[in-house]
Design a protein. Structure first.
Length: 105
């Protein structure tokens, strides 16, 4: 038995993006998330469930994807990659698509 429900535009947009990649319908993606939540909820301690719920409110997927190709987004990715352990990779100036490997030494 199906039942119509009201969902936020944000949730539907996120489901649309993920559903396309995982080859599901939007409804199928939301049902998958609901099944996962139902299966995991009994396994989580109350404080962990609350922390995960708060983390989920940090930034919608649609917003994160939209921000990736911006000056701020590119800077965030660059800062993250530079903070990772070596080796690092950087573009070779003047040669499109070629990367140079940078070791710690």
């Amino acid at each position: 038995m199906s039942q119509p429900v009201k969902l936020s535009d944000e949730l539907v947009c996120d489901a649309r993006l993920i559903a396309e990649v995982s080859e599901r319908s939007i409804a199928g993606q939301i049902e998958f998330w609901a099944q996962m939540g139902r299966a995991l909820e009994p396994l989580l301690r109350g404080d962990r469930a609350l922390a995960l719920r708060r983390a989920g409110r940090c930034r919608p997927l649609a917003e994160a994807i939209r921000d990736v190709d911006s000056v701020e987004g590119r800077k965030r990715v660059r800062d993250y990659l530079e903070a990772q352990p070596y080796p690092h990779f950087e573009p070779v100036p003047g040669i499109s698509g070629l990367l140079r490997k940078i070791d710690e030494d």
